[in-house]
Design a protein. Structure first.
Length: 74
């Protein structure tokens, strides 16, 4: 059945293709589904890294004396 989801063609080196193929077989899913899941996971990791960097930068400027108290915010 055709899908309406966008597609991407990717060229992989043989060892990388073989590794993904092994993972797909292990999980009993298609190559396409395994690649999609791996890309999602990679994007989540990238987002975590970006948010961590953002939090570290904000933490550098945090001053307890000027921070709002819980009661003041809510």
């Amino acid at each position: 059945m055709p899908t309406k989801n966008p597609r991407i063609n990717v060229v992989l080196e043989e060892p990388l293709y073989a590794a993904i193929e092994r993972l797909a077989k292990r999980d009993k899913v298609s190559l396409s589904l395994k690649v999609r899941d791996l890309v999602k996971e990679a994007l989540e990791i990238e987002e975590d890294i970006a948010l961590s960097i953002f939090a570290e930068e904000r933490d550098k400027t945090f001053r307890k004396a000027t921070a709002l108290k819980h009661d003041e915010v809510w």
